[in-house]
Ligand binder design. Structure first.
Ligand SMILES: Nc1ncnc2c1ncn2[C@@H]1O[C@H](COP(=O)(O)OP(=O)(O)OP(=O)(O)O)[C@@H](O)[C@H]1O
Length: 331
């Protein structure tokens, strides 16, 4: 696999900037997840790397080589889209074999069979290998689409919300599988998702996009613990970070306009009174929905808490993040 470098990529569609001077290094063997709301530029970034679209300015460098003017096939990248794209008249096995059957590759049939069987097993579709692609459920078709990328040996895998159409159980199985495949094979992945759990559990690096600009790039932990802005802080963490006026708690620095408190960074037992509005027992933890000086807060507490709605708890910040009037982090 290879290192991929995006160098000052800018792209507009009818005068609207979809990407604005985006530079990023996707290290060889890394799993980079792009996060951002709809329209932030995630898919456009993948399309620039794949060659499905070309930048207005800037360059994409894969394995030390500029990709300017090269077609998707010449770039040797494997893409998986949100919507499956299979050959409907072929069987599952034929769909999986397809990328390996190129006359240029001259892959022996024995090797093809081994790869296809291994990938089918990973994706839990071995029993469907002889079915026509059209005789599959949506989730199965998507697994075959992922399988078609995995049988290849590309420079980089580009995946655009590949798990979003799958049910929760399969999504969680495939999350683990994709991460295992990446860790074992040293594959390089550039991956788009809206799912924070996917980002937190799979990514080695997260790129946060905001209106076509890359506003932060780092490990999921860095983005979670050291976000550069309220915007970046709200991209990761479920429940979301609580953002309140800074003056509600003592000790805020002079320039602070807002205080950001992750749910687990609200200490209970000392401080100021908050009213319990709702208690959500989730099994391994319990969430408290609090009302504090006319603001809503969510925090986590002991799984077996006896607290009930209407009761009062004392709270204070344990690891506050402060932000200025523009929403940028104060450090
Ligand atoms: N082919 C196109 N023609 C015109 N505008 C486009 C085209 N592709 C993307 N855009 C615009 O570029 C911006 C970025 O789009 P992009 O699809 O990259 O966002 P995204 O972050 O992937 O969003 P989503 O999460 O909805 O997929 C949007 O404003 C979008 O409308």
């Amino acid at each position: 696999m290879a290192e991929v470098i995006l160098q000052n990529i800018t792209k507009s569609f009818s005068g609207n900037r979809a990407l604005d001077d985006v530079s990023m290094i996707v290290p060889d063997g890394s799993f980079v997840v792009l996060l951002g709301p709809t329209g932030a530029g995630k898919t456009t970034t993948l399309r620039m790397v794949s060659g499905l679209d070309t930048p207005d300015s800037g360059d994409v460098i894969i394995g030390g080589q500029s990709m300017l003017g090269l077609t998707p096939a010449q770039r040797n990248v494997a893409m998986v889209f949100q919507q499956y794209s299979l050959y409907p008249h072929l069987s599952v096995r034929q769909n999986l074999e397809f990328p390996l059957k190129s006359p240029l590759l001259k892959t022996p049939q024995r090797v093809i069979d081994e790869k296809v069987n291994a990938v089918a097993e990973t994706l839990q579709i071995s029993h469907k290998l002889d079915n026509k692609a059209t005789a599959l459920s949506g989730g199965e078709m998507q697994r075959v689409s992922i399988g078609r990328a995995l049988v290849r040996n590309p420079q980089i895998y580009l995946m655009d919300e590949p798990l979003s159409s799958l049910d929760a159980k399969l999504r969680s199985d495939l999350r683990i599988e994709l991460k295992n495949i990446q860790a074992k094979s040293g594959a390089t992945l550039l991956y788009v998702t809206h799912d924070q759990i996917e980002a937190m559990t799979m990514a080695t690096h997260v790129g946060v996009l905001h209106e076509g600009r890359l506003v932060q790039f780092g490990s999921p932990r860095e983005i979670y613990e050291e976000p550069i802005s309220i915007y970046a802080a709200t991209r990761l963490g479920q429940p979301r970070i609580n953002v309140l006026p800074a003056e509600l708690f003592p000790g805020a620095p002079a320039k602070a306009k807002s205080i950001g408190l992750r749910p687990e960074h609200i200490y209970q037992g000392e401080g100021q009174n908050a009213t319990v509005m709702r208690v959500e027992h989730l099994g391994d933890q319990t969430r408290l929905h609090l009302s504090f000086k006319m603001h809503n807060l969510i925090t986590v507490t002991d799984a077996h808490t006896e607290l009930k709605g209407g009761e009062t708890v004392k709270i204070q910040p344990s690891r506050p993040l402060y932000f200025d009037a523009a929403g940028m982090r104060l450090v």
